[in-house]
Design a protein around this ligand. Structure first.
Ligand SMILES: Cc1cc2nc3c(=O)[nH]c(=O)nc-3n(C[C@H](O)[C@H](O)[C@H](O)COP(=O)(O)O)c2cc1C
Length: 418
């Protein structure tokens, strides 16, 4: 889950270490980070962690160490938001086509997109591969490429957001080219002793969008690329099925949102498959495994009960908690649920206990305040980096490591808590 809790320099710091320490010792077999951005100019939200080619690895090494401290594997999820970037960043969004998000009165909250050039597509492919290599260098066991939930790679897969007429649009073969190239470059740069996973939508749940038939075909393509496992989810900002609002007709709804829907994909996949969505109970997790899945993913429930897996080991009937909001406005209700979860993540990051029934309005209010604070930090950091980069172009290029140290000293910002 995206935590929106990065330090002032867009890197993990003590709050993220605390949060992941709770999870590391809560009994999971594998921990996947919230999405880490591969470019600081393309953010899913304020407070996001960024991994660029010259980012210092010290904070990431510590993060990986904390995540693995309970014996779990540590994966970094890598993402590019494409058109799903909030407009408050004041930047133009990259997308397959210049088609803005359709969210009614909330549409203006997102940046206007421009269609990417082939050169930009190749550049972003390289950024994914470099970020994966750096994750490996920092001690992560693997990466997960985010190609679900309507972000850039998922936008390329959907015929609704991708209306290109070149080799990157039209047929599924073309729409999947970007994702396939990213996976190939990541594997080529990171080697075989590194976990490479893809998070993919089982469908967008939008008429004319990425369908379950498309998903079966993409899974088959990925299975030929030495991908270690595929996580099946669904939906995007226009149709937030990942929060259980789509028409998934899961036999276990409101638990395991995608289980029945994606079972056909799981059964036809040569690659191990994981599904995430709505799981709070051990019996549901077991049914998911019986249905042919290899892994069970849990997100929100672990924000409320970080040691849920351990609790199941002690009491198989223990039921986890997930956020609830029955407001009529589906977009607002979805924001409230996210805000409730993020509130728990921040509490854990500050070593406070979690709340089982946080109020909607207060959670939303705190979320807005927190994001404003994070946005200010983001802007300050970008301004500082730009001026440092300008100074460097007027003098001899220093070593990368020296550059980071000096920028901290110049700004007078206290060094991070390591
Ligand atoms: C606050 C929050 C942040 C999330 N951030 C991410 C993310 O960074 N990457 C991702 O793949 N999914 C993200 N998700 C989606 C979850 O991983 C998951 O697919 C979804 O919440 C359904 O699972 P759950 O019912 O167990 O929460 C996020 C969900 C929440 C609530």
């Amino acid at each position: 889950m995206e935590e929106n809790m990065a330090g002032w320099d867009l890197q993990p710091d003590s709050a993220l270490y605390s949060l992941y320490r709770y999870w590391a010792h809560g009994g999971p077999g594998m921990i996947i980070t919230g999405n880490v951005m591969i470019d600081r100019t393309a953010m899913t939200g304020p407070g996001g962690v960024v991994m660029e080619p010259d980012t210092s690895l010290i904070a990431f090494e510590k993060w990986a160490k904390v995540m693995k401290s309970g014996g779990a594997k540590a994966l970094m999820q890598l993402n590019h938001p494409g058109r799903q970037m909030p407009s408050q960043f004041g930047r133009t969004a990259l997308a397959p086509s210049a088609i803005a998000l359709k969210l009614g009165r909330y549409s203006k909250k997102f940046a206007r997109p421009v269609a990417m050039s082939c050169e930009q597509i190749h550049r972003v492919t390289h950024q994914f591969a470099m970020a994966a290599k750096r994750a490996k260098d920092a001690g992560f066991d693997g990466v997960q490429i985010h190609a679900a939930h309507g972000y850039l790679l998922s936008q390329f897969l959907s015929p609704l957001s991708n209306q290109r007429e070149d080799e990157w649009g039209g047929s599924l073969q073309n729409r999947a080219r970007f994702l396939i190239n990213v996976v190939c470059q990541v594997r080529a740069l990171c080697g075989n002793d590194f976990i490479v996973s893809v998070k993919l939508n089982s469908a967008d749940f939008q008429r004319g969008g990425f369908s379950d038939d498309d998903a079966v075909e993409v899974v088959s393509k990925l299975s030929k690329l030495n991908v270690d496992f595929i996580e099946l989810s669904g939906g995007n900002y226009e149709s937030p099925a990942m929060q259980g609002t789509g028409d998934m007709s899961s036999a276990l709804k409101p638990e395991a949102y995608f289980m029945a829907f994606a079972a056909r994909i799981a059964q036809h996949s040569d690659v191990p498959v994981m599904t995430t969505g709505g799981i709070t109970q051990l019996k549901t997790a077991e049914q998911v495994l019986e249905a042919g899945y290899d892994f069970v993913g849990i997100a929100s429930a672990l924000a409320f009960t970080p040691d849920l897996v351990k609790k199941w080991q002690q009491n198989p009937d223990y039921a986890g908690v997930k956020p609830h909001c029955d407001w009529q406005d589906k977009t607002l209700a979805s924001l409230v649920k996210m805000a409730k979860v993020r509130r728990q993540l921040r509490r854990l990051g500050n070593d406070f206990t979690t709340m089982h029934n946080p109020t909607a309005l207060w959670s939303l209010f705190l979320d807005v305040i927190h994001k404003r604070k994070m946005m200010k930090l983001y802007r300050a950091y970008c301004v500082e980096q730009t001026s440092t980069e300008k100074q460097e172009t007027h003098s001899e290029q220093p070593e990368k490591a020296t550059r980071y140290v000096s920028s901290h000293v110049v700004s007078g910002v206290p060094s991070r808590d390591l």
